[in-house]
Write a protein that binds this ligand. Structure first.
Ligand code: PFF
Length: 450
């Protein structure tokens, strides 16, 4: 009955899943969070979460996909007829993230093109970023270009589109990241930044840092959005799941660390060791970094390469988001891949427009003080994502039982970390997820400061 597409090799699967995980979250978000929450300390907490319950939840999702060979809604339904709603939440999150992720992807293309065409000096200007994102037309056009590039890959299907693109883009991403990181480390004064990034300062430990690392782990590993279920559903029955998950995590943490090396020492060098320069939040990559590039000898080249690698990372993540939604539309409505892909791309463009205009001409429309893009980010990452993850843990731990997943994993792996896995899913993960959910909602209402 099931003539579902499959990845042609384990490598293809690992690169595609790593492509999903490695994205703007690693290069844009991770460095500014690490900078904000005490450098080395944040890194340590983050890695701890990745190898403990990041590992457990990713195993669950890929195993659900491989076991059922269905996209999220059908997959949960196949496991228990009453629980398809968990799949609906997951697909909904992917559907809602894709548009605003594409808006930021569009910004990255704009920066890349600006560097490529010799306009890098302008990007170092304080007003460049704000003028660009607040203008009504330009960011929308770049967002459309980004969605169309994503569509071009998803259109071609699992093997010829996603797998091929990942096999080309991911190795290039690694090479370019290593190159830029090495270059950044040679800048005078960079060493102070390396120390800040790597040596944990335990006096800066805070609950906020722990919660931020937890949230970042989910986002960065593309968990609870149906993506890993979808990619798992294209996986061959005899691929070693445990090993694949370890490799995907290695990739994800590796690129986040490289991004830290690319950005933090360079900013330190630029600011003469003043930590305050790192506190630019989301503006670190789009505002501070271009200034840093501007002081370098080969600014057009280094900056151009940097934004190209960010673009590759963003594209492979957007591809996975689009694929999760497209495969759901194909399965639920029995549409062809091409028809589904066109519908999803079109809605991503339309829904992305308010996220873009919310920075400029529609900035007076706010909900709880959030512009549209921030609101979408809040609803998906801070609310729906933890709810979906929590329901998944409860469903696996207490409804169908952890054995269902363990059996699937053991079909092709020894499952050395089985004990940890069981404890994570049943006890540790649900408690931590509830903590993220409560804290992010409280912070949105201004009751606590994150
Ligand atoms: N993991 C991606 C990143 O770090 O940028 C973002 C992402 C992709 C989140 C796909 C969720 C997802 F389903």
């Amino acid at each position: 009955m099931n003539n579902r597409s499959e990845f042609s090799s384990k490598l293809g699967f690992v690169l595609a899943a790593a492509g999903s995980a490695v994205g703007l979250g690693n290069i844009w978000r991770f460095p500014y969070l690490a900078a904000k929450y005490g450098g080395g300390l944040f890194l340590l907490i983050y890695i701890f979460f990745v190898v403990t319950f990041g590992f457990a939840i990713m195993m669950v999702e890929i195993a659900i996909g491989r076991k059922t060979k269905l996209s999220p809604i059908g997959a949960y339904k196949a496991l228990h007829t009453k629980y398809s709603f968990i799949g609906i939440i997951a697909s909904l999150v992917a559907f809602l993230i894709l548009p605003y992720y594409s808006v930021i992807g569009g910004w990255v293309i704009k920066y890349f093109v600006t560097f490529l065409t010799g306009g890098q000096a302008a990007t170092a200007n304080d007003t460049f970023f704000v003028t660009f994102i607040t203008s009504p037309l330009q960011p929308v056009l770049w967002q459309i270009v980004f969605v169309l590039a994503t569509l071009a890959v998803v259109w071609r299907g699992v093997k010829d589109g996603i797998e091929k693109a990942s096999k080309i883009l991911m190795p290039m991403l690694v090479v370019l990241s290593v190159g830029v990181a090495l270059y950044a480390l040679t800048l005078p004064g960079a060493f102070e930044g390396v120390k800040y990034f790597l040596i944990p300062d335990f006096s800066r430990f805070s609950v906020q840092a722990v919660l931020a690392a937890l949230g970042q782990m989910f986002y960065s590993l593309s968990l609870a959005m149906g993506v890993m279920i979808t990619y798992g559903s294209y996986l061959n029955k005899d691929d070693d799941l445990e090993k694949s998950v370890k490799q995907i995590e290695f990739f994800d943490a590796g690129i986040a660390i490289l991004a830290g090396f690319m950005i933090i020492p360079a900013v330190f060098a630029f600011s003469g060791g003043d930590e305050a320069a790192l506190n630019a939040g989301p503006g670190l990559m789009f505002v501070t970094l271009p200034k840093v590039f501007d002081t370098m000898g080969m600014s057009a080249l280094v900056g151009g390469i940097f934004f190209l690698l960010v673009l590759f990372a963003a594209l492979t993540s957007a591809i996975s988001l689009m694929e999760a939604v497209v495969s759901t539309v194909c399965d639920q409505f029995k549409f062809s891949r091409k028809k589904s892909a066109l519908i999803v791309a079109f809605t991503a463009i339309i829904l992305g427009i308010p996220s873009s205009l919310g920075n400029g001409i529609w900035s007076h429309f706010t909900v709880m003080n959030m512009a549209f893009l921030d609101l979408m980010d809040f609803i998906t990452n801070a609310v729906l994502m933890p709810i979906g993850a929590l329901l998944t843990c409860i469903f696996i731990g207490y409804v169908i039982g952890v054995d269902a997943i363990v059996d699937e994993v053991k079909k092709s792996s020894q499952f050395k970390r089985e004990k940890v896995f069981r404890i994570m899913i049943k006890y540790v993960a649900p408690i931590c997820i509830i903590a993220i959910l409560i804290s992010s909602v409280l912070s949105a209402f201004g009751i606590i400061v994150l």
